[in-house]
Every structure is written in C-alpha cells, then in structure tokens.
Design a protein around this ligand. Structure first.
Ligand code: CA
Length: 219
C-alpha cells in the first residue's frame, strides 16, 4: 500500500513519517497543499493522510479538488479543528475518516490498517491464497502451515500480488508500490525479490508473464 502523507508541521510530520516507515508502508511526505494536489493527481496512492491547515492551499480545498478530478483514493483527514461542523464538512467533501489532533500514533496506524482492509475487501488482517497465509498486522507468512521468514520488501511484494490475484504487474509498477515513487533502485531488484520468494515459498508461487511482468500463481 502506498501512502501520501501531507503535513506541514515538521515534528508531527517526521513522527508520522517514521511510524509509516516502521509499519513498512511505502510513502511520500509533502508539506504544502499544492505539492499534495500535484502528487495526488499525478501518481497513484492507496491512501492520503491529509492535514487541513496547510500553506499554499488549504487541506479541505486539496480534498475537494482531488474529488473533483474523480480520484477515488481514500483520504484520512488530520485536523486540529474538532468542531463537529468541521468534521461534517470534511466528510461531506469526501474524506473517508477523520482524526483530531492530538492523536495517538497507534490509533492512526489502526485506522490506516482498517482503510487498507476495506480497500482489499477483507474483514480481517489475514489474507489467504492457496497454501499461503499472510498476516498483515504481524507481517507473518505461512506456506502450507509452516512459518516462512521473509524480508520486508519480499513481504510487501507478495502482499501486493496476493491482494490483486487477477492482475499482471510490470516491474515498474511493483517497484513503485514497494519502494515509493521516484526511488532509485537497481534495475533487477524486483527480479531478485521474486527469485527469493520462489526459493523460500515454492517455485510457481509467482508466474512470469513474458514481456509484461509478474502475477501471483493463478492456482
Ligand atoms: Ca498544519
């Protein structure tokens, strides 16, 4: 899951940035409304965490413009405004959830997990496919009931494929989803992760679609 974090407060922003990093989410951090709008409309994100009080363009305006351009990306609004009226305005403008500052980082992560689950249509933290079972909260994988130890990026890659079992992904799409947009990664990085996943799980777990990219075992 790729997250766009929009927060102009350096201290809070870096706290959130670190929390997302620790939770292994690919994410970008921008600090003003215009950059937020540009990022949200030019690149694909699975969630936007949006502060309302922002320089250049107010968060509520960013949200309205994102929705006006037909972007369905879930938005979690962060706000110091706790008046019910503001909360209703935010939800009416297309926010999916709302957190009033100050909030607990664990609560924010729980909300992010919940939005992620709703997005992928699963009601629990566990995703199953064939003999694989992924616990998204614990970042644990079992294959035919046996626990398998995966590196963080391997887990993220497997999760991306398992959540979209009917889709073939190009190397570029997979890179973007697990490293974040514009990251400088080696050209064969995805192939290396796929190689490790096949060795640790089973050889056909990820199928190569010649000339296109990869997909999860169609079973
Ligand atoms: Ca602010």
């Amino acid at each position: 899951m790729r997250i766009l974090l929009v927060e102009d407060d350096e201290l809070l922003g870096s706290g959130l940035n670190d929390a997302l990093e620790r939770a292994h989410y690919a994410h970008e951090w921008v600090r003003d409304g215009r950059s937020a709008l540009r990022a949200a409309t030019s690149s694909e994100f699975d969630l936007i965490i949006l502060d309302l009080g922002l320089p250049q363009l107010d968060g509520m305006e960013v949200l309205k413009q994102i929705r006006a351009r037909g972007k369905p990306t879930p938005v979690l609004v962060l706000s110091a405004r706790d008046a019910t009226r503001d909360r209703i305005r935010g939800l009416n403008a297309g926010a999916d959830d709302y957190l009033v500052k100050p909030f607990d980082l664990d609560e924010l992560l729980a909300r992010v997990h919940a939005i992620e689950r709703r997005r992928s249509g699963v009601a629990t933290n566990v995703v199953r496919r064939g003999k694989l079972e992924l616990d998204l909260a614990a970042m644990a994988v079992t294959c035919a009931g046996a626990p398998v130890s995966l590196q963080r990026r391997e887990f993220m890659l497997l999760k991306k494929l398992i959540e979209n079992p009917n889709q073939v992904f190009s190397r570029g799409q997979l890179e973007e989803s697990i490293y974040g947009w514009g990251s400088d990664v080696e050209s064969n990085t995805i192939d290396v992760h796929v190689h490790h996943l096949r060795r640790k799980l089973y050889p056909e777990v990820i199928r190569t679609v010649r000339g296109v990219g990869y997909r999860i075992d169609p079973l």
